[in-house]
Design a binder for this molecule. Structure first.
Ligand SMILES: [Zn+2]
Length: 200
């Protein structure tokens, strides 16, 4: 960790100041030296990745239908509204079972963000979507499951690579993340002055 500057942080337990040296930062933790405390303070990495990287990515991953069609649906950065409506970011086919389609027109919202600390894309899923021109989330009729677990109406969860998203109880899709190549990441790495007070 070249260029590391010795710095002071506030102890996460007692709030008093502790001096952090390069060796502490490399170890990733420092024990508070104040009498009666001794808390282990976890130190975070002293660099991040420039979010500009997302402009040059060739893909943001995809959903693959686990059924006869095997259709794939590319995703975009930001909000992806998924459902059968024409105007959606991800317009899925009307898969019909016993004469009915169980997927809502605006069924769920998959939001892709860039985690600048980890240097990877994150995929957050919520059942439902706001109606156009509205902020209020409108849940789907038949619900959304991730790896078999139903999402609560207001829940937003991180969906892992290769997880199975089930819409309306019957139609299953595999989520494939786009993994940013480490060689590309290295060129977007930005060294920071050590900042232990940051929050994710
Ligand atoms: Zn302390």
């Amino acid at each position: 960790m070249s260029g590391f500057k010795t710095t002071l942080i506030s102890c996460q337990q007692c709030g008093r100041r502790i001096m952090v040296r390069a060796a502490d930062a490399e170890r990733g933790s420092i024990v508070c030296s104040h009498v009666g405390c001794g808390a282990v303070n976890v130190l975070q990495s002293a660099f991040l990745y420039d979010e500009v990287i997302v402009q040059g990515l060739p893909s943001f991953g995809q959903l693959t239908y686990l059924g006869d069609s095997g259709a794939t649906y590319p995703l975009r950065f930001g909000s992806n509204v998924i459902g059968t409506a024409e105007a959606n970011t991800v317009r899925v086919d009307r898969f019909v079972h016993n004469g009915r389609c169980f997927i809502s027109r605006r069924h769920c919202t998959l939001t892709i963000t860039f985690d600048k600390w980890k240097g990877q894309l994150r995929y957050h899923l919520q059942d439902g979507a706001p109606e156009p021109g509205s902020q209020a989330n409108q849940p789907s009729l038949n619900g959304t499951l991730v790896d078999g677990a139903p999402l609560l109406k207001t829940e937003v969860i991180d969906v892992n690579d290769q997880s199975i998203v089930t819409l309306g109880g019957l139609d299953r899709f595999r989520l494939t993340h786009f993994s940013i190549p480490s060689t590309m990441l290295e060129t977007y790495k930005v060294a920071l002055d050590y900042n232990p007070d940051r929050t994710e």
